[in-house]
Design a protein around this ligand. Structure first.
Ligand SMILES: C[S@@+](CC[C@H](N)C(=O)[O-])C[C@H]1O[C@@H](n2cnc3c(N)ncnc32)[C@H](O)[C@@H]1O
Length: 306
């Protein structure tokens, strides 16, 4: 396990109990072998161009804003609490929580992402604020002691993992018994995905038109290993956490013509519409664009990784 320079960045921080010895180390390269020995290529350099349309439209802005808000709020990151950001990417969420006074550790296997996170933290945190600590590590072999954190969250990344359930198990292990594990992931069986798929089938089967080019919103991107929907999320989560809440975020993202419509509406009306749909998503997460599962770590025999 490589811990970046700065892994013990907090001067005089005698409370840094977290980094485990090399016992859990794994080679941090772009390709790994799975349990059956098959070589798998892992996404270590985020390229969101295939997922998020270039030029953020108000519906995309709203979705990412709300997803972040709901996820970070669920961590209850009060000042002084230890929070783990799993697959922290360029570190914007860790930095946001550090700004609230939490002690944040961002765990991320990609050197490129981690370097960006360090730069982002330096640029966006005042000198008197405690910076997040950036640690290089795989989600399914977190280099931390048991019960080290008050909360662990993973936002928009589980579908990039080659062993996501082991990651949930690890998050539960490193989170205190009364802490929170927060998982936020895109729902590929959302209302928008279902309607878009139905429209595409209608075009093909009834109108006899050829298939549309490019990836459709309901197709999983090439750098995803898992196609998440509500039942799968709950099934993977509940083996390792006692689920407390399941919340949906936003409805309609990616529907054909939706971004254009929202762009053309007066901004207050667009926000009102997006908020209304978000309120529905809270009630019916199965229809939502993003699902956020929050739970307490389980400490029984069922918590062994899959
Ligand atoms: C789409 S980004 C999400 C980053 C961040 N959580 C956010 O919300 O912006 C996915 C991240 O997962 C990381 N990743 C991919 N495979 C991983 C694994 N097995 N363990 C931990 N992180 C992984 C990638 O390096 C990338 O930074």
């Amino acid at each position: 396990m490589e811990v970046l320079a700065g892994g013990r960045a907090h001067d005089g921080d005698a409370g840094w109990p977290l980094v485990r010895s090399a016992r859990r180390s794994r080679w941090l390269g772009p390709a790994r072998r799975d349990r059956l020995g098959r070589m798998r290529v892992v996404d270590l350099d985020r390229d969101m161009s295939d997922v998020i349309p270039t030029g953020m439209s108000p519906d995309s802005e709203f979705l990412f804003e709300r997803m972040t808000e709901v996820t970070l709020k669920a961590t209850c990151a009060d000042p002084g609490r230890w929070i783990l950001d799993v697959a922290s990417g360029v570190g914007q969420d860790s930095v946001a929580l550090a700004r609230q006074g939490a002690r944040v550790v961002g765990a991320e296997p990609s050197a490129r992402m981690t370097a960006m996170a360090e730069a982002f933290g330096s640029a966006h945190l005042d000198a008197d604020l405690r910076r997040p600590t950036w640690v290089r590590g795989w989600a399914d072999a977190l280099p931390f002691e048991d019960d080290a954190f008050d909360a662990a969250f993973c936002k928009g990344a589980m579908d990039h993992f080659d062993d996501p359930e082991a990651a949930v198990s690890e998050m539960a292990r490193v989170t205190r018994r009364d802490g929170r594990v927060v998982l936020a992931i895109a729902n590929f069986d959302s209302l928008a995905c279902r309607v878009t798929r139905a429209i595409d089938l209608f075009r093909q089967d009834w109108l006899g038109l050829g298939p549309l080019r490019g990836r459709r919103g309901y197709d999983t991107p090439s750098d995803h290993f898992t196609r998440y929907e509500l039942d799968l999320m709950k099934e993977q989560a509940r083996r390792h956490v006692e689920i407390e809440t399941v919340q949906g975020v936003s409805i309609g993202w990616g529907l054909p013509g939706w971004a254009t419509l929202v762009c053309h509406l007066p901004r207050p009306l667009a926000r009102w519409l997006l908020r209304g749909l978000d309120a529905l998503a809270r009630q019916w997460p199965t229809l939502a664009d993003v699902i956020v599962v929050v739970g307490r770590p389980r400490r029984d025999s069922a918590t062994t990784s899959a």
